[in-house]
Design a protein around this ligand. Structure first.
Ligand code: MF3
Ligand code: CO
Ligand code: CO
Length: 251
């Protein structure tokens, strides 16, 4: 069941989304060669508390940290750690979700560290563009599958693959609620969009031919590409309107 948000709820989602965006902008300049992902985690936790909010990932189904940090071949749900020191040539996705006044804001971006290869830059820029193509396909009265259709149409020509195991999600008082948003075209997303729906668009694009992913047996969280290739992700939380979708995770 997809919850249609009331105007009062939408106002709270704007505030939560804005705080998530502010936090992502705050942490971005710290994401540099030589820093550990745990250090970034701790700065984010401190910022979140200072702003009267809660880090949604912390203890979410047992997740042990406040943000997700996914380096190189990690697709999503990477756990910040002291031993994970960023080095030149790496890419890292920083995924922020805050709870402010009971409502969630969820956003992520992939940041390039130092000198990264030209093919990696292309993958990063194209994945961000794919997210915006998906968002641009959202409008009340259309089907949700237009998101996946638009992303697929843009991404397929590069020979990359779109992760299907994880998707976007409705979001509000709950971190993850209906609908499950697919980043590839599927009739499973033949869902009519209505004004007041709020969900994330968060494509994960693998550089290689395989969309397959694996979950770490040792920590139960870290998702990696099955073929070891790089994976990039960007995410925004958006509101369906009668016109262009409103991006909530902006400053
Ligand atoms: N922020 C992720 C998403 O975009 C979810 C992280 S769940 C966690 O949906 F438990 F790993 F934090
Ligand atoms: Co999300
Ligand atoms: Co997220």
């Amino acid at each position: 069941m997809i919850i249609i948000k009331t105007p009062a709820e939408i106002e709270k989602m704007r505030k939560a989304g804005k705080l998530a965006a502010q936090l992502l902008n705050y942490i971005d300049p710290f994401v540099k060669e030589g820093v550990s992902t745990l250090y970034l985690n701790d700065l984010c936790e401190e910022f979140t508390q200072k702003h009267g909010a809660i880090s949604a990932p912390l203890n979410y189904h047992g997740f042990p940290k406040s943000i997700c940090t996914s380096i190189n071949n990690v697709v999503c749900h990477g756990i910040p750690a002291e031993k994970d020191i960023l080095k030149s040539g790496d890419i890292v996705n920083i995924d922020i979700t805050v709870i402010l006044d009971d409502y969630h804001g969820d956003t992520s971006r992939t940041i390039m560290i130092g000198a990264v290869g030209e093919n990696i830059k292309k993958l990063v820029n194209r994945t961000e563009k794919a997210m915006y193509r998906g968002i641009a396909a959202v409008k009340a009265g259309k089907y949700l599958y237009e998101v996946g259709k638009a992303i697929e149409k843009y991404i397929n020509k590069f020979g990359y693959s779109i992760v299907q195991t994880y998707g976007g999600h409705g979001i509000g008082k709950k971190f993850h609620e209906d609908p499950h948003v697919l980043h590839h075209f599927s009739q499973d997303n033949k869902i009519r969009l209505q004004e007041g729906m709020i969900f994330t668009v968060e494509p994960m694009i693998n550089m290689g031919k395989s969309a397959e992913v694996e979950t770490s047996a040792s920590d139960g969280w870290t998702v990696t590409t099955a073929d070891g290739s790089l994976s990039v992700q960007f995410e925004h939380t958006i509101l369906v309107t009668s016109g262009e979708a409103e991006i909530l995770t902006v400053v």
